[in-house]
Design a binder for this molecule. Structure first.
Ligand code: SF4
Ligand code: SF4
Length: 386
C-alpha cells in the first residue's frame, strides 16, 4: 500500500523546509542513512528561466533544503534537469538556482548526453533516450512543483520525469503522441521505465513543492501562482499526484496520468490503496482552485476523424498570440515540433500560425515568456457545450 506524506508548510524558510522535508521522508519510511556515499540525482522542475514567485519552477530554497539534507546525510547531490528550450546552464544562470548551486557547491549533470532506457513492459514506448546521468545515480530525488497543465490537466511527480528527455526532443514526442490520451500514456510509459526499467531498479523518491502551486493556464508564465501550503512525499508518483490533485480539489477524472496510471497498476491501482500520513486532504484544500481549461469534450476520444484539420478548427481550443503582449522573440516557433509557427506575415506583430498543421500540444503557450498566447475556442465548440 503506497504511503503519501502530506504536511503543511507555508514558507520557503530554510530551517522550516528542512524540518518539513525530513519529517516527510520519515513519514514514508525513508531512512536518511541510505544516502551515505550515494550519488543522488536531484531533479527539480526547471522548465524555463523564471522567478521563484511565479511558481513555474520548483522553488530554489526548496531545492537547497533537499540538497543540504543529502549533503548532511553523507550523499553527493547532482542537479539534473532538461529545460524546454534553453540549456540547463543558461536556465540556472537566469534563476535563483545560480546562487544555490554556487553556495552549496553542487555538481551539475549534463542532461544532453543520452543513453537508451529499455522497458519491455511499456505499452508503446519501450526504448527511450534519456539523460545518461540517471544511469550513474544510486537514487533519484524528484522534486515536482504542483501545477495545472494544458494537456495532462495537472503536472506533478509523474509528468516531471518528462525532463529526463533532453531539450527540444521533448516537444518532438508530442508528434509521436499527439492527443492528450496518447501523450499521457507516453508519460506513463516513461514513468514505468524510470521506476522499473533500470537494472537493478533505482529508488525514486518524489518530494513535491506544493507550497506555492500554480493554477489556471499552467504550467508556464500564463499560469497563476496559488498557495496550497503543502509538501508531499512518497515513493509512488501516481499516488503523490493523486493526493496533490485532491488537495487542490480538481476533477480527478481529467488527470489522465493519475486515472490511467491506476489502470496500469504501477504499485497502486486505486485511491483506496493510498494511505495519507500527516494532514488530512480536506484540511489543506483551498476554498477555490482554478483548473486548467480542457481542449474539448473530445479530448479523450481524439482519434481520426477527430484529428482532421476541420475537426480541430471547429471543436478544439487553438493557441492564439496577442499583439499587445508579443515581443516577437519566436521561442514559440523554436519549440513547435509540427512546424505550425512561422514569422509574422507583417499584417500583425505576432508569429503566423497554421492551425491545420497545429496538433494542439500547447507547448508554445507553455513556453511563451510574455504569457502572450491564450486559448481561443474552436469555431463550433459552443455548439457542443464543450
Ligand atoms: S507569442 Fe510569445 S513566444 Fe511567440 S514570439 Fe510572441 S512573445 Fe515570443
Ligand atoms: S502551434 Fe503551438 S500548440 Fe500548435 S503544434 Fe505548435 S507548439 Fe503545439
Amino acid at each position: 500500500m503506497p504511503t503519501v506524506s502530506l504536511l503543511r508548510c507555508d514558507k520557503y524558510e530554510n530551517r522550516v523546509l528542512k524540518d518539513v522535508i525530513r519529517q516527510s521522508l520519515a513519514n514514508i519510511g525513508f531512512d536518511l542513512k541510505s544516502l551515505k556515499k550515494a550519488r543522488v540525482v536531484v531533479k527539480p522542475n526547471l522548465l524555463m528561466p523564471a522567478k521563484d514567485e511565479k511558481a513555474i519552477i520548483t522553488h530554489s530554497e526548496f531545492f537547497r533544503a533537499v540538497v543540504q539534507i543529502v549533503k548532511q546525510s553523507g550523499g553527493i547531490p547532482v542537479l539534473l534537469e532538461s529545460p524546454a528550450i534553453h540549456s540547463l546552464e543558461r536556465t540556472i544562470k537566469k534563476t535563483s538556482y545560480a546562487q544555490v548551486v554556487e553556495s552549496e557547491g553542487i555538481e551539475v549533470g549534463n542532461p544532453t548526453k543520452t543513453r537508451t532506457l529499455h522497458y519491455e513492459s511499456a505499452k508503446k514506448f519501450k526504448h527511450l533516450d534519456i539523460s545518461g546521468e540517471y544511469f550513474g545515480a544510486d537514487l533519484i530525488l524528484n522534486l515536482p512543483k504542483f501545477k495545472t497543465h494544458g494537456i495532462t490537466y495537472i503536472t506533478g511527480a509523474v509528468k516531471l520525469l518528462f525532463g529526463a528527455i533532453p531539450g527540444v526532443e521533448k516537444s518532438k514526442m508530442h508528434l509521436r503522441a499527439p492527443t492528450p490520451e496518447e501523450f499521457s500514456e507516453f508519460i506513463l510509459d516513461l514513468y514505468g521505465a524510470m521506476t522499473y526499467g533500470f537494472s537493478p531498479p533505482k529508488p525514486i523518491i518524489h518530494i513535491m513543492d506544493a507550497i506555492l502551486a500554480q493554477e489556471g493556464e499552467g504550467p508556464g508564465p500564463a499560469g497563476k501562482p496559488k498557495r496550497l501550503n503543502a509538501v508531499l512525499a512518497g515513493d509512488n508518483g501516481i499516488a503523490v499526484d493523486y493526493v496533490a490533485s485532491r488537495v487542490a480539489g480538481v476533477d480527478i477524472k481529467k488527470a489522465l496520468t493519475v486515472v490511467n496510471g491506476f489502470k496500469r497498476n504501477y504499485g497502486v491501482s486505486s485511491a483506496d490503496e493510498i494511505s495519507v500520513v500527516g494532514e488530512t486532504i480536506e484540511t489543506l484544500r483551498p476554498s477555490h482552485f482554478e483548473p486548467a481549461t480542457g481542449g474539448s469534450i473530445f479530448s479523450n476520444m481524439f482519434r481520426w476523424p477527430f484529428t482532421t484539420p476541420t475537426f480541430k478548427n471547429l471543436f478544439l481550443d487553438r493557441p492564439a498570440p496577442r499583439e499587445e503582449k508579443c515581443t516577437l522573440c519566436y521561442q514559440c516557433k523554436k519549440i513547435c515540433a509540427s512546424g505550425a509557427i512561422s514569422e509574422s506575415d507583417g499584417r500583425k506583430k505576432v508569429p503566423s500560425y497554421d492551425y491545420n498543421t497545429c496538433i494542439r500540444c500547447y507547448c508554445c503557450m507553455e513556453i511563451c515568456p510574455e504569457a502572450a498566447i491564450r486559448k481561443e475556442r474552436g469555431w463550433l465548440q459552443w455548439a457542443l457545450g464543450s
